[in-house]
Design a protein around this ligand. Structure first.
Ligand SMILES: Nc1ncnc2c1ncn2[C@@H]1O[C@H](COP(=O)(O)OP(=O)(O)OP(=O)(O)O)[C@@H](O)[C@H]1O
Length: 226
């Protein structure tokens, strides 16, 4: 295992290609990215630009064609499948568009399930639910929650194991304007308080002022958002 003293997320000269010959798609084209602990970075860009590919590679769900990905200085790209899964469970949190909660579980049980999966004691679920403003809904199932509330529970669940990296895909897609601002404000607050390195992919330009940095992805390349 290659470990350096770097923390947060580091992508160095990362490429991800699909297909070969004339039909090759360069989903990621020599991407360099550093996200520090406690920093919320937004990624915007047109459809097909490579944003989901970036999240997949950063989260160890896809192996890049070349380049290195490090989380907390651990080189993800050098790990085998089992070690990648372990690192993902312990150090990476994911938040998806719809919250991706299990329908049968209460909000509290969604968080407690993380402890069962990782086999490690996580953060206190009730404190975490309180910090996302959901302590009064701890005993409700997803079907009894609003879209914004489900998203809050999804964020709390992603933070349960105390991750170093949080990967967030279109968290406001199903929300109205007010709820969108609230959810991204909450993400910024938790990113800073928990000192987690967060990447949020979004099409929602209204929420960008809540982010510490905004980058634009075009044709698999990252550049500062103008
Ligand atoms: N498994 C795959 N096989 C072949 N091509 C793929 C695959 N996954 C993604 N691509 C291609 O890689 C490019 C980047 O796709 P990606 O899903 O990362 O874009 P995106 O920016 O997330 O798009 P959107 O905003 O529409 O979700 C696209 O051209 C896409 O068609």
């Amino acid at each position: 295992m290659t470990v350096t003293t770097t923390t947060g997320l580091s992508l160095s000269d990362v490429c991800l290609s699909f297909g070969d010959g004339d039909s090759t798609v360069h989903a990621l084209d020599h991407v360099d990215l550093e996200v520090a602990p406690g920093e919320l970075v937004a990624i915007v860009g047109p459809s097909g630009a490579g944003k989901s590919s970036l999240l997949a590679v950063a989260g160890g769900l896809s192996k890049p064609s070349s380049g290195t990905v490090k989380v907390d200085g651990i080189e993800l790209t050098a790990l085998d499948r089992k070690a990648t899964t372990k690192l993902r469970r312990e150090r990476i949190g994911f938040v998806f568009q719809s919250g991706n909660l299990l329908p049968a579980l209460t909000a509290r049980d969604q968080l407690l399930l993380v402890e069962k999966i990782t086999g490690r004691k996580g953060r206190n679920p009730d404190e975490l639910l309180a910090s996302v403003g959901m302590d009064h809904r701890a005993d409700r199932r997803p079907g009894q929650l609003s879209g914004g509330e489900r998203q809050r529970v999804g964020i709390a669940r992603a933070l349960m194991a105390g991750p170093s990296l949080l990967l967030v895909d279109e968290p406001t897609a199903a929300l109205d304007r007010k709820r969108s601002h609230e959810v991204v404000e909450l993400l910024a607050k938790e990113t800073h308080a928990s000192e987690v390195a967060t990447i949020m992919v979004t099409h929602d330009h209204e929420v960008l002022p809540h982010c510490d940095r905004v980058l634009e992805m075009v044709d698999g390349r990252l550049r500062p958002h103008s």
